[in-house]
Design a protein around this ligand. Sequence first.
Ligand code: NDP
Length: 278
Amino acid sequence: MTIPTVELPSGARMPTFGIGTWRMGEDRRRRKDETDAIRHGVDLGFTLIDTAEMYGDGGAEEAIADAIAGRRDGLFIVSKVYPHNASRRGAVAACERSLKRLRIERIDLYLLHWIGSVPFEETIAAFQKLKDDGKIGDWGVSNFDVDDLQSWDEKDGGRCAANQVMFNLARRGVEFDLLPWMRQRRMPLMAYSPFDQGPLARDRTLKAIADRHGATPAQIALAWLLQLPGVVAIPKSADKGRLSENFAALKVKLTDADLAELDRAFPPPRNKRSLPIV
Ligand code: NDP
């Protein structure tokens, strides 16, 4: 199964399905299992890995380095800078630390993790320098709602490649304004917490639909995101079996009746909702 890709403003292509790594790298005793899980994910065919300097205080990036050693080609690596490191010099230094931990030459997509107090212009200047020096392929943001994204977009002249936000069946607020705005700009939305951090993988409506497909509720939650244009899903699992299960969501094709049932159980937004952040 090949993972579809979306085109970024730079012309690079980003896979629409990847591996999340939050909560990995926090405990040395779990490191080997986590590395094995990520390696298994790559063996399955996952080509995008999402991480951040924050995850395990760099430990998640180190686990990824072990998992992808000798097979970096064909992978799309996403990492994120802390807002308090996002100054002109701070972001360059933070990115260099991430590259060292990941043991790679270039991060494909580098995101500002959330909005802090550093002016956008400074962070953009740092991102531009990193791109000019070949240390990142593209840059983007995370946890930005429409107003902030518009303001960032004006300052970086349309070069923002993606915005990573919480989006899943139980939290559909972005469909009201953020997702349409991003689609118009042809900017992919990276949907984090696709299982709402767990509950959707146990949901009864999803289970009923899953039974009709010989699938699992987790796969239905992913299949719903994967059928939306311009959306990238990044489920996290540190378990090989669940990674296989999640990867196989690519095979699940939801019918119009399934989608209607999901809309009844998880109604799309009718008005503006504030962006959820975990
Ligand atoms: P998810 O919605 O991906 O849920 C993860 C949880 O679901 C884990 O407890 C995992 O357990 C469990 N799980 C995974 N697969 C299955 C399955 N098939 N069946 C049942 N349970 C399952 O939440 P996250 O918040 O981790 O979001 C995903 C990724 O998005 C993060 O890892 C991170 O990379 C990114 N993210 C980004 C944020 C940002 O601010 N930019 C914020 C939050 C997340 P187990 O590991 O034991 O399988």
